[in-house]
Design a protein around this ligand. Structure first.
Ligand code: FES
Ligand code: FES
Length: 166
């Protein structure tokens, strides 16, 4: 099948390559860029494990073709750590509040939470639950994911964060 040239920014780095028109963005990220943090949980736009940030929106990367991402700015979980290598507040929050068990949903959940906090820096619990409603977690029951996002919101907003109970 004829291939199409694509070029985009991923985690602040310009990348380009050749893709088939049918190549999904998630497959381009994982198989050609070796960015395997975004996961494939369903391939049918249900689970959100493949969520990335694309031009300031949360996008399920199994839902768009790589060619549709031409010229865009993408952030994946690999681009979330701080410049000094320390964990982003959300990553720290998921760790401190035990916001994961198997971890399969976590990269997508964090990318969705990242955009949620850009849109609403201090969401209440209902707003968090609604904001992540497109991302499924089979393990945690969501309570600690909510706490993890609250932890990050507090930290990013400069408020003291409470220590998680062991
Ligand atoms: S793999 Fe994309 S929504 Fe499930
Ligand atoms: S931690 Fe296992 S699916 Fe969310």
């Amino acid at each position: 099948m004829a291939k199409t040239h694509v070029k985009m920014s991923v985690n602040g780095r310009e990348v380009e390559g050749l893709v088939e028109p049918r190549t999904l963005l998630i497959h381009y990220l994982r198989e050609q860029l070796n960015l395997t943090g975004a996961h494939i949980g369903c391939d049918t736009t249900h689970c959100g494990a493949c969520t990335v940030d694309l031009d300031g929106k949360s996008v399920k990367s199994c839902t768009i073709f790589a060619v549709q991402a031409e010229g865009t700015n993408i952030i994946t979980i690999e681009g979330m750590a701080n410049a000094d290598g320390s964990l982003h507040a959300l990553q720290e929050g998921f760790r401190m509040e035990h916001g994961l068990q198997c971890g399969y949903c976590t990269p997508g959940m964090i990318m969705r939470a990242h955009r949620l906090l850009q849109e609403n820096p201090s969401p209440n619990e209902d707003e968090i639950r609604f904001g992540i409603s497109g991302n499924l977690c089979r393990c945690t029951g969501y309570q600690n994911i909510v706490k993890a996002i609250q932890y990050a919101a507090a930290k990013l907003g400069g408020a003291p964060v409470k220590e998680a109970a062991e």
